[in-house]
Ligand binder design. Structure first.
Ligand SMILES: Nc1ncnc2c1ncn2[C@@H]1O[C@H](COP(=O)(O)OP(=O)(O)OP(=O)(O)O)[C@@H](O)[C@H]1O
Length: 362
């Protein structure tokens, strides 16, 4: 009779590319049932994996079937996103399991485009996702997600906003509340107050992830927001130029200072792909994102090319992942989303593994 440890041995030879752990050490094995004729393994991945889960199932199925060829092997893979601890143990937000803040050291690096595509990529894998445009100085998510001009969120009980649905995301933006005729002059404290109101007075409906597109920069506003908003973790968007990298470093340092875990760095406009011949060239230099990530003890979770279609699709209100989810560029965003989800899922694990420092009086 086969015993459980033999089955676990086979499973522990298979490493999840996003968790970078095998499925036994990742704690993903739910149950193993063995009898004379059959082996049934149930796995629960800690990140949304509507598509990727199928590949994992096949890998395990073939691995186990070839090892135990006298048995009928059945592998079932599902997924569940758990709420992770919030940074600084702030009370979480109703209806939201995890908040991912997307930040950049400076403006114009593609933070908003990346946030939109990242949110859509999380949704593509089956997660329930919200997107909060906190880029109060230049809110662009409404346009990018094709929300028609003049659309306003419904108000419930004279107190709560219902987020606007766009491409399957629950979206909220200050741009939905003001008109071109009522421009706002924001001062620091007003920004964080308004943003907190947007966050807490929106009725988010059972979200696995809320992506927050933060205002660019690493000044007081961003610092206050990172301390007051119950974020789970942050990602930093940068471009490969030296100056942008320098600012990205400041971003990482800022989150460190306020104890917000950084899931990693996304390098945008990494290379240029020629629309005529398809040749790919690193016009802004190579490997910068990777270097700063390593220098600051985090990692590069993805690179995106400078691509005309990324800009065109975003400008047209239908970002790449929504418009062409099977394309190589959409796959890059989806890959980044999976890596971010996997890192996030490992937050509590990492915290649990941290040594507890005992203080004594003597
Ligand atoms: N990978 C890319 N390839 C081509 N164009 C891109 C890419 N990423 C973003 N863009 C374009 O670059 C411009 C700036 O992008 P975006 O608004 O997302 O930047 P941002 O960092 O959010 O800017 P800000 O901080 O000023 O709000 C947009 O026109 C967008 O379509």
């Amino acid at each position: 009779m086969i015993d459980r440890s033999q089955v676990e041995d086979v499973i522990s030879n298979i490493t999840d590319p996003y968790l970078e752990q095998n499925y036994v050490e990742a704690g993903a094995v739910n149950s193993i049932e063995i009898d004379d004729q059959s082996i049934t393994v149930k796995l629960t991945l800690p990140y949304a994996a509507e598509f990727f889960g199928g590949g994992v199932q096949q890998l395990l199925q073939s691995g186990l079937s070839s090892e135990f060829d006298e048995h009928r092997v059945e592998v079932v893979v599902d997924w569940k996103v758990e709420a992770q601890k919030t940074a600084n143990n702030l009370p979480g937000l109703k209806g939201v399991k995890n908040i991912i803040a997307v930040a950049s050291g400076k403006g114009g690096v593609g933070k908003s485009t990346t946030s939109a595509n990242l949110a859509l990529a999380l949704k593509h894998e089956g997660a329930r996702v919200g997107l909060l445009d906190a880029d109060i100085y230049g809110p662009s998510q409404g346009l990018m997600l094709g929300v028609a001009d003049g659309v306003r969120p419904e108000v419930q009980d004279e107190k709560f906003f219902l987020p606007i649905e766009a491409h399957g995301l629950q979206v909220m933006s200050m741009a939905f509340l003001v008109t071109e005729n009522t421009p706002m002059v924001w001062r620091g404290p007003m920004v964080s107050g308004a943003l907190q109101q947007l966050l807490t007075q929106t009725l988010w409906d059972d979200l696995d992830y809320l992506v927050i597109d933060l205002p660019p920069g690493t000044g007081d506003i961003q610092l206050t927001l990172s301390q007051k908003v119950p974020v789970t973790a942050a990602v930093i968007v940068t471009t490969p130029q030296d100056l942008a990298l320098l600012d990205a470093k400041k971003g990482i340092e800022m989150f460190r200072k306020v104890n917000v875990p950084v899931l990693g760095v996304i390098e945008n406009m990494s290379t240029h792909i020629c629309t005529k011949c398809g040749h790919e060239e690193p016009i802004f230099g190579e490997g910068g994102g990777d270097r700063i990530a390593k220098e600051f003890g985090t990692s590069l979770i993805g690179e995106l090319p400078l691509s005309l279609s990324i800009r065109e699709k975003a400008d047209a209100g239908s970002p790449h992942v929504a418009d062409d989810p099977e394309s190589p560029i959409a796959m890059m965003y989806i890959d980044i989303a999976r890596r971010a989800m996997a890192r996030l899922a490992q937050q509590n694990q990492a915290q649990e593994e941290m040594p507890i420092i005992q203080m004594s009086d003597d």
